[in-house]
Design a protein around this ligand. Structure first.
Ligand SMILES: *Cc1c(COP(=O)(O)O)cnc(C)c1O
Length: 420
């Protein structure tokens, strides 16, 4: 980390020396009423539109116009293979093999499909370990799955908590609980990065600890995909899901992502909910009554994949392919470190950061806990043209994104925070 400095000259020099600065122009940035670009720090909620997304979408519309249903099997990019083609680009972002990755449905739906296969409670082992403040959809999905199995969520959910007066969950505490209660835990289900606090869990270590006790380990990577480097294959993660409309800029309610480790991808005794699109391509259109699964994550597909939702994502994934997660992350760490430095520099008693200080335990998001009049501060930011969000009861989330945010925007944000 460089030594950060308070003046604007530092932000200017960081922007001048930023090798990714050119990508900002590749994205459409919302504007303030004055016409100037807003400070968009909400890539953790909806990533911005790549300029090339519209072109790619129009190509699909043209293919439809020109070929009708034949477009599924015609042209350079037949729609039948569209999702699998994007697995090639998605895989390096997730640290996975292409066959371990599939884009389909949406996140919460994929969560249910994965739980059907990987949450398989038995009498002595039926509990699920989650983190405190899990995203609501994760809670609902898990609790409804438990009831579906005739299990009482009150009894079966184990919540990881922070120690009193601490704001993130210590990895050693997670390991201790797994060691103590692991024999009764069927599934460990954590957000790779918690949406509220911004804490990134040490997925490799936690997965290892879980496997030592015979637990299945999966992650909701909504806030991790495209944000931090991942090694799902090497970490031996059993399965994972994510969305593509946050850091991956795939467009509102774009396709969900799903990872199934190759250890499981070819097993035939895993229960799953089947559909024709999961059938091997070679025999899919023979319309046979018995399911012949695609090996790997693709075998979990149910419905035909929509080229209309894959097209904008393809445009964005091309940037990820060009830049790679290592370079993207290097800029991201700098921007977030700078943001943290400037916020702490204000020495305000109105707020404190709850996201871990250690860059290895966070992505680009910083969560700021307000101590009084927090909503007022949030309104003040909004009025000044900052896109950030408010999470009840008292947190403002901001996420400078390396593809389209600048060090100057971080500087301007801190200036607004400084005002009393
Ligand atoms: C954004 C988000 C979701 C959203 O789920 P959808 O099914 O895409 O609406 C789910 N889980 C987490 C942790 C999220 O951050």
């Amino acid at each position: 980390m460089p030594k950060f400095e308070v003046g604007q000259a530092f932000a200017d020099s960081m922007d001048e020396n930023d090798s990714l600065a050119g990508y900002r122009d590749q994205f459409l940035i919302p504007r303030k009423s004055s016409g100037e670009p807003a400070i968009y720090f909400l890539g953790n909620s909806l990533g911005l539109q790549p300029r090339t997304a519209r072109e790619r979408l129009e190509e699909v519309m043209l293919e439809w116009e020109r070929w009708g249903v034949e477009a599924f099997s015609t042209g350079e990019k037949p729609w039948t293979q569209y999702s699998e083609t994007l697995s090639e680009r998605m895989a390096p972002i997730m640290g996975a093999k292409p066959s371990e990755v599939i884009l389909m449905n949406s996140l919460s739906v994929n969560m249910h499909l994965m739980f059907i296969s990987f949450y398989r409670p038995i009498k002595q082992r039926y509990k699920v370990l989650i983190e405190e403040k899990t995203f609501p959809s994760d809670q609902y999905a898990l609790k409804s799955q438990m009831r579906f199995h005739g299990i009482d969520p009150e009894d079966a959910l184990i919540e990881l908590k922070t120690r009193p007066d601490e704001t993130s969950i210590r990895t050693e505490d997670i390991e201790t609980i797994i060691e103590r209660k692991g024999d009764t835990i069927a599934l460990i289900w954590l957000g790779g990065i918690n949406y509220y606090s911004g804490q990134a869990f040490e997925m490799g270590r936690i997965t290892k600890a879980g496997h030592r006790k015979g637990c299945v380990v999966g992650y909701d990577l909504a806030h991790a995909a495209g944000n931090i480097p991942l090694k799902l294959h090497d970490w031996q993660v059993d399965f994972a899901v994510w969305c593509t409309y946050k850091y991956l800029n795939g467009g509102p309610a774009g396709p969900g992502g799903c990872f199934v480790h190759e250890n499981h991808g070819s097993l035939t005794d895993i229960p799953r909910f089947e559909g024709w699109w999961g059938n091997r391509l070679e025999t899919r259109f023979l319309m046979q009554p018995d399911f012949d699964p695609t090996p790997g994550a693709g075998g979990w597909q149910i419905s035909c994949a929509s080229p209309l939702t894959l097209a904008p994502l393809e445009a964005s994934l091309a940037f990820f392919e060009e830049v790679g997660m290592t370079k993207l992350r290097a800029k991201s760490e700098l921007m977030t470190g700078y943001l943290e430095f400037l916020i702490n520099q204000t020495k305000s008693d109105r707020f404190t950061i709850i996201t871990p200080r250690d860059p290895n335990q966070r992505g680009c998001q910083i969560s700021i806990r307000t101590h009084y009049e927090g909503k007022g501060l949030y309104e003040q930011l909004k009025e000044a043209g900052v896109y950030c969000d408010w999470r009840e009861p008292d947190v403002i989330r901001v996420a400078p994104v390396p593809f389209y945010n600048t060090f100057n925007e971080v500087y301007q944000f801190a200036k607004i925070m400084e005002k009393d």
